[in-house]
Design a protein around this ligand. Structure first.
Ligand SMILES: [Zn+2]
Length: 301
């Protein structure tokens, strides 16, 4: 049996796992992401955890195929650099591949976290029986990964799929990126909490907004239904642009479940441009919690 090491670096925690060639996690560790220390020091901690999980008779050097690392974008995957991710505010131009390879005897492959999760969903999750798969994560931010024609679509530096900053409706006002009306500024968890708070008249979380939605608070129902239609628009944009077969939606906002998936599906069935596109399915992610770390490991399997 061959194994690969997956490292999933997020804004709050880092997951490290050893994954076998059929996608099972055989060892798993989670440590908090400490943004108060320099990134180089945080990477040293991650290397220490990798060495700890490797301390096992099963994992001799020749059965480990490499280390896959998933990080929030933007990044430069070809050169192994984390460039300027908003979710890791202190990480600027960090040569993570070089730092890890200096201390570990394996090749390191870097990928943005949405792409890594896409690989995992395609390999073992909701996309396993399909060829043209898009995974969209709707969480604090919005991103997507595109798997088509037998491979992951990466683009020049590994940043393809940044659907969160495509413009949906400029009248919604400014996004953190400077444009007006980005998808992320309208339909991310962060945006839902912000706009929901304005409607309710006090600070509320995304979870509270969704609870009010399920309790049929009329102000919230109207607003959230409009957000779901916007996510449907994003799905149509993806189907039209990439001729996708399925759109998998994951991330915290997708937990609201049926109303989101029904609205997005109706939108795609009604408005995708070509008749085949209208048959594209919008479905929930299956691997949620571990998709990042499994997908990172899959980079080397
Ligand atoms: Zn934007």
């Amino acid at each position: 049996m061959k194994y690969s090491i997956g490292v999933d670096i997020g804004g709050t925690k880092v997951a490290v796992a050893i994954v076998d060639q059929i996608g099972s996690i055989v060892k798993h560790r989670i440590i908090p992401t400490d943004l108060s220390i320099p990134p180089e020091q945080m990477i040293k901690r991650i290397i220490q955890v990798v060495n700890e999980v490797l301390r096992d008779d099963r994992f001799s050097h020749d059965v480990i195929t490499g280390i896959g690392v998933g990080v929030p974008g933007p990044l430069d995957s070809r050169n192994g650099m984390v460039t300027c991710p908003p979710n890791l505010a202190t990480w600027r131009d960090v040569p993570i591949k070089q730092i890890m390879e200096a201390d570990l005897p394996y090749t390191v492959q870097l990928e943005n976290d949405a792409n890594a999760a896409t690989l995992a969903e395609k390999w073992l999750g909701a996309g396993r029986n399909h060829e043209h798969v898009i995974y969209m994560t709707v969480s604090t931010g919005i991103g997507a990964g595109i798997f088509t024609d037998g491979r992951l679509l990466r683009g020049r530096n590994g940043n393809a799929g940044d659907i969160g900053h495509t413009v949906i409706d400029p009248s919604f006002g400014e996004c953190s990126c400077g444009q007006k009306g980005c998808l992320e500024a309208i339909a991310s968890g962060t945006a839902i909490a912000r706009h929901g708070s304005t409607i309710v008249g006090e600070p509320v979380t995304t979870e509270r907004v969704f609870r009010l939605y399920k309790e049929k608070d009329p102000r919230i129902v109207e607003y959230i239904d409009s957000v779901f239609r916007v996510l449907g628009t994003a799905c149509v944009n993806l189907v039209n642009t990439f001729d996708a077969e399925i759109i998998i939606i994951g991330g915290g906002v997708s937990k609201v479940g049926k109303p989101l998936f029904e609205t997005a599906q109706e939108y795609v069935s009604a408005y995708a441009l070509n008749p085949m596109g209208r048959q594209a399915k919008v479905i929930p992610a299956e691997l949620e919690q571990n998709s990042g770390v499994i997908g990172a490991a899959a980079l080397c399997l």
